[in-house]
Design a protein around this ligand. Structure first.
Ligand SMILES: [Zn+2]
Ligand SMILES: [Zn+2]
Length: 140
């Protein structure tokens, strides 16, 4: 069986692309009945997802665990570096800081740390342990 390169038209972008002899052999081998419908760029666009890795909001500095939620105090939309637990209040940075002066013992040192963590949460990877600390501190 001999194969020669053929020129096909992409069903997506309408551009021409080469169905090479090697690819035809591959298709023949796999007993694919139909010619490829799309050029390579369109094919990879369709099978997508993996190709897009490294671009988009994730690469723009947003942590992938970032969750959109509403502040339980003032109701503004805010993001937290952890999944808020049902029933637990989540505070935006302002409310969190506003609550801070209410000193009750050991929490002060911890909360000044966690405020820093919240502040840097958008551009730093944060471990789930410190995320839990933030949640706990926010509740206190
Ligand atoms: Zn195409
Ligand atoms: Zn708030």
């Amino acid at each position: 069986m001999e194969f020669v390169d053929r020129l096909l038209t992409c069903a997506d972008c309408g551009g021409e692309f080469i169905f090479t002899a090697g690819e035809q052999l591959f298709f023949f081998d796999k007993q694919f009945k139909n010619d490829p419908k799309r050029c390579k760029p369109c094919k990879s666009k369709r099978s997508g997802v993996g190709v897009q890795a490294g671009s988009g909001p994730a690469a723009a500095g947003l942590s992938r665990t970032e969750t959109r939620t509403e502040c339980s105090e003032c109701g503004i939309e805010t993001t937290v570096p952890f999944k808020p637990t049902q029933g637990r209040p989540v505070l935006c940075r302002q409310c969190f800081q506003a609550k801070r002066p209410v000193t009750d013992g050991g929490i002060t040192a911890a909360s000044s740390t966690t405020v820093g963590l919240i502040a840097s949460a958008t551009n730093a990877d944060i471990s789930s342990v410190s995320a839990e600390m933030v949640a706990a501190a926010a509740q206190a």
